[in-house]
Design a binder for this molecule. Structure first.
Ligand code: FAD
Length: 414
């Protein structure tokens, strides 16, 4: 498969872009693979890529029940940051951030990673204390984080209303935070994994596991049985369903999370702004749309839409903070099913079934972790021992009590 470059662009321009080769193949599933990854979202595809690239295991299939990136990867609001409180989270999210910083080059695919800066607003003494504590912890972990004054916030976002019902008292700024293009991340990993020999099989739903002597030996799918020596399950909001098929339960819940975008406007907002207290966050896409999100719905559901009252709950704080947006029309609204743990940290873990691993529980904030998550998961599956950065995120923490409480860092969905 040819590399993407200015030369391939010119070459294809001559033939009116009619001769681009497919970005990945569409193979028939083989009878068996060394590793089967369930779920063709960013995390699953990244896992397959790093298995082939760094672990010497290219005999891998990614099984996706719909289309690549059709789950939360293609539904999220694309915020990337690594400003979490605990050392374990700092290690994992910063690992991802470093991979993001070279990802377009590594994949030979423009994932439009844009480190435009991210503000987390404080509206009360409690918020100030929280960002003060978290900011110091992040700083001690060697990750960039700054406390900025209301005047500095105003300088970055001149039209923000500092004196609304919940006045802005300061903010935590991560300058390396920003956004990336979600589809491109899935497609970039898919293309790069395919080049290394990974079979990507869409329209292939896993309906069961073949387990012998408490060890997984394959999966049942809508396209027949596929044997596997090892299986990694990366299905976000459906991980509870898959765990039930394997005969165990996971300590998490699936809830809808929604987002909306406005009609496109000229560039006005060149950073990401989050507010956990008034519960809204906003950024502007490269196309000009305002990308807006808030908290998840308060009930369990697998519907990919979200409730109407939450739309109002999302839009009203946005208008309080940014009155100039009050005449904008909303263009699209959608939802995804997110898998939320009680400590708001992911599960990257072996399971009670031998050779079956789960990577899930990223809830409302896993897009930012995509490269890091895939990287540590691939190494864990390949070696059969958890990667040091993933160790603390095992299911066992709910027995031992060693929770990694990121409730404040993830207070508003993002
Ligand atoms: C509205 C919204 C906004 C968000 N905003 C952000 C944000 O700004 N920043 C951030 O960091 N995170 C955000 N997130 C969270 C983020 O999107 C997810 O944590 C992340 O994308 C999960 O990626 P994944 O690859 O694990 O899951 P997915 O992309 O959901 O991939 C899982 C795949 O598994 C497939 N699957 C399910 N069951 C089966 C089966 N039985 N057989 C085969 N395949 C199956 C699904 O079809 C799906 O494609 C947001 C989420 C939503 C919904």
């Amino acid at each position: 498969m040819p590399r993407y470059s200015i030369f391939s662009l010119l070459r294809n321009a001559v033939s009116y872009h009619q001769n681009w080769s497919r970005a990945w193949r569409s193979p028939q599933p083989k009878k068996a693979y060394e590793v089967v990854i369930i779920g063709g979202g960013g995390h699953g595809l990244a896992t397959a890529y790093y298995l082939a690239k760094e672990c010497g295991i290219a005999n891998v299939a990614v099984l996706e029940k719909g289309w690549l990136g059709g789950g939360n990867t293609g539904r999220n609001t694309t915020i990337v940051r690594s400003n979490y409180l605990w050392d374990e989270s700092a290690g994992l999210y910063e690992h991802a951030m470093k991979l993001w910083e070279n990802l377009s080059r590594e994949l030979n695919y423009n994932v439009m990673f844009s480190q435009r800066g991210l503000l987390h607003l404080a509206h009360s003494i409690h918020d100030l204390q929280e960002i003060g504590r978290r900011g110091a912890a992040i700083y001690l972990n060697g990750i960039d984080s700054e406390f900025v004054s209301p005047a500095a916030v105003k300088k970055m976002v001149p039209f923000i209303n500092l004196n609304g019902r919940y006045p802005i008292l300061g903010a935590l700024l991560q300058r390396r935070g920003g956004t990336a293009r979600h589809d491109a991340v899935a497609w970039g990993y898919a293309r790069a994994a395919d080049r290394l020999g990974v079979d990507i099989i869409q329209n292939c739903e896993v309906t069961g596991f073949t387990i012998e002597h408490n060890q997984v030996v394959g999966v049942e799918t809508t396209r027949g049985r596929i044997g596997a020596r090892k299986v990694g399950c990366v299905v976000a909001g459906h991980c509870g369903v898959l765990a039930a098929l394997a005969g165990f339960r996971l300590p998490l819940e699936s809830v809808p999370l929604q987002a909306l975008v406005s009609e496109p406007i000229k560039p006005v907002l060149n950073c990401v702004v989050m507010s956990g207290s008034v519960h809204a966050y906003i950024s502007q896409s490269d196309k000009g749309e305002l990308v807006i999100g808030a908290g998840s719905d308060a009930y369990n559901s697998y519907s990919q839409r979200g409730s109407f009252d939450n739309i109002e709950h999302t839009v009203s704080p946005v208008l309080e903070l940014y009155p100039i947006f009050s005449r904008l029309k909303m263009l699209r609204q959608w939802g995804g099913t997110v898998d939320v743990t009680v400590d708001r940290s992911p599960l990257i873990s072996p399971t009670p079934v031998k050779n079956l691993w789960f990577n899930c529980g990223w809830g409302t904030g896993g897009f930012k972790a995509t490269p890091g998550s895939g990287h540590v998961f691939a190494h864990s599956i390949a070696r059969g021992v958890m990667h040091p950065l993933a160790e603390a995120f095992s299911i066992n923490r709910f027995n031992s009590g060693a929770l990694i409480d990121e409730g404040a860092a993830a207070a508003v969905a993002h």
